[in-house]
Design a protein around this ligand. Structure first.
Ligand code: SF4
Length: 353
């Protein structure tokens, strides 16, 4: 089977397939006086060792909530999360076990996740000390190794965070995560606060870490171009739901969901042209009041009556390809939504019937 996703239906309960698995998770926030908001209404994905999985979508689609749930910072209201074959338990105040610490997270803003008053080396050493991973006499050289792995001089160990640029701080955050000897790192918008040059450097670093250390990476980003560059597999979220997932090249060349098609078409091209549609019309609806039927229907150029009534399930329609759209309900005949809509024997008729 190709990289990334595994068929979930029919699997024995609890069977371990991937390093990290999210099985149809939902996360609901309570708002004072306003009831609950389902920030995540159904997300399934998996990450294998050495694989980079990108999770993309517009701001507010629920992808950062998925990231926090994936490391135990939030407890799903439904569904389950499995890490290294065991169901993930919510983080508590107790010290994390070595196994729990093998699942690490890197946050969007590296400056706020590092202590400005402590030297970089001391912060990297914390995981080694708490988890008892490296004998005290070897810690200094291990810290130097980690700093070099992320492209920094070993001198950085004696400096303070404020002495570094955003890109360098993100490298330090990654070195700190690596100090716990993780098998899996969840990165929440790790490049969004960096300039273009630092983004490229950290993106290359992430790819190298996955390949050389065989660490699984779940990369949360709103930037499809960055994810295209780094990820082996991409999942697309819209308004709390995963609506499409596929190996990156396939998703890029043949998007099957109208939302994915619109996201890709909206990226400016070097020659100044864009595909169809040029932009996604309308705003993302309020997650507290999602539309009936398919959540994308108010913005979808191909919506038919059925789309306003029934929510399409996320179906595996080809090896490693899953999509939730009434246009794509025939396995083995994947075509772009625009091709289906405007081509002969339009599947829109079938979808609407
Ligand atoms: Fe558009 Fe209907 Fe597909 Fe939803 S199910 S994406 S509204 S065509």
């Amino acid at each position: 089977m190709s990289a990334g996703f595994r068929r979930t239906r029919g699997r024995a309960k609890g069977a371990f397939v991937s390093l990290l698995e999210l099985r149809d998770i939902e996360v609901e926030y309570l708002r004072a006086g306003h009831g609950g908001v389902r920030a995540v209404a159904g997300a399934s994905l998996s990450v294998d060792a050495g694989q980079v999985v990108g999770l993309v979508g517009e701001t507010g689609c629920g992808k950062s909530t998925v990231a926090r749930a994936a490391v135990g910072l939030l407890t799903p209201t439904a569904g389950s999360i499995w890490f290294e074959g065991r169901e993930l338990q919510p983080l508590s105040r107790r010290a994390r076990s070595r196994r729990d610490a093998r699942l690490q997270m890197v946050f969007q803003n590296p400056l706020s996740s590092l202590n400005p008053r402590r030297r970089v080396g001391d912060q990297i050493a914390d995981a080694m000390t708490i988890l008892g991973l490296v004998p005290a006499e070897q810690r200094r050289s291990r810290i130097a190794d980690l700093l070099e792995q992320v492209g920094l001089s070993s001198d950085a160990a004696n400096r303070f965070p404020h002495e570094y640029s955003g890109g360098q701080l993100q490298r330090i955050s990654i070195a700190r995560a690596l100090a716990a000897e993780p098998s899996m790192i969840v990165l929440d918008e790790p490049l969004s606060s960096l300039d273009a040059s630092a983004q490229a450097q950290v993106a290359n670093l992430l790819r190298r870490l996955a390949r050389e250390l065989h660490v699984g990476l779940l990369l949360i980003s709103h930037d499809l171009m960055i994810v295209r560059h780094i990820a082996d597999v991409v999942s697309v979220m819209y308004l709390g739901l995963v609506v499409e997932s596929a190996p990156t090249r396939q998703l890029w060349t043949l998007p099957l969901h109208p939302y994915t098609e619109g996201l890709i078409a909206a990226i400016p091209r070097a020659d100044g042209t864009n595909g169809l549609p040029r932009e996604l019309p309308g705003e993302v609806p309020d997650p507290a009041h999602p539309p009936a039927g398919c959540r994308f229907n108010p913005r979808c150029p191909y919506a038919v009556d059925r789309c306003r009534i029934e929510q399409p399930p996320l179906l595996e329609i080809a090896d490693g390809r899953r999509v939730a759209c009434w246009l794509q309900d025939a396995p083995g005949s994947e075509r772009r939504p625009s091709e289906i809509r405007f081509g002969r024997g339009s599947a829109v008729q079938d979808a609407g019937s």
